[in-house]
Design a protein around this ligand. Sequence first.
Ligand SMILES: [Zn+2]
Length: 389
Amino acid sequence: MVLDISQYICRDEVISLTQSLVQIPSVNPPGDSPECAEFLMKKLRSEGIETEIVKAPGSCISNVVARLRGRRTGKTLLLNGHIDVVPPGDGWTVDPFSGEISHGNIYGRGTCDMKSGIAAAAAAIIGIHRAGSPFNGEIIFTAVGDEETGSKDGTLHLIDRGIIKGVDFGIVCEPSNLEVDLGNRGCVWMRLTIQGRAAHASRPHMGSSAISYAAKLVSALESLEFKCCNEIFEVTSPSLLVTLIRGGVKVNVVPDKCILEIDRRTLPGEQVETVIEEVSRVIASLCDDNVKTQLEVVKGWDPYVISPEEPVVQALRRSCLSVLGREPKMGGKAGSTDGSHIATKCHIPTAIFGPGNPVLSHTANEHIALEDIFAATIIYSQAAIELLN
Ligand SMILES: [Zn+2]
């Protein structure tokens, strides 16, 4: 069956919900999610939708979990997104928390990444609920407060609590320009501590400079060539970049310590262990006995990709065709999302689909086209009803 959700929720209501979410700053770090989570919970509860706030022990982060049950038992669909946003930074020409509307766009931090996706998913379940929940099974909506700093108190906590269990289909509502992403590249964050020996800078031969060694290492690491390739992804090969460097104490001291942080993006099939071995081999190839190195993995997201034939992908494809009048492109995200955890830890086929151009995420003057938010609302609701009937 096709449900005409626009009979139950209108465009202006979805836009005003987006605006309200943007006007509540939920910046992370430090993790200011409670007010935004409370607002969303109240909105869903006022509609009669079973909603609760879930927190990890000792954490200030709030996650919203809502459940909508259908008429009979059946399969379960998860709609997941995050309410935390990165700090606004400089360069804005509008107030980043105004939710200002201009020329068919709404402006503000999180408009694109990803309060529009949250508003569209919330509006979809509100509309379905108002229509009398014409489906079988359950829709779980999770709006987490910790994604931008690594998901520990957000989606990973919900997984630990067993909230994302027994789910058959997953949709992560991150911005995808209303195209369908079949997965995302993984990510391994590493920290390398280089220990040299201090000396007076007038006698450099008496010490060993951790910075000089780091310079050689950065260039060797960034010269690595990666053979594997996957055409589905926006960035088709793995990548490595040294993204942070910290070292030295004073202009006339041979620096005895330098820290490098390395961002390594992985494709499906690559393992964390092989990535560590690869970096260790580069370190060994420089064979410098005057310095000691220590490599540690700080955080990781697994890469994943699902088949375009998965029912969740096909349901999104058909909904796009009916709402937008076009076939969505099938791709894969260059960066990581909570889809990594949902797909690889819970083994749920998870597509990434949402309103907004991902290139605008985390930028000054972040914005989104109003039309795309309402289109996403209708697409989510149609896909949900198709999957759960
Ligand atoms: Zn995001």
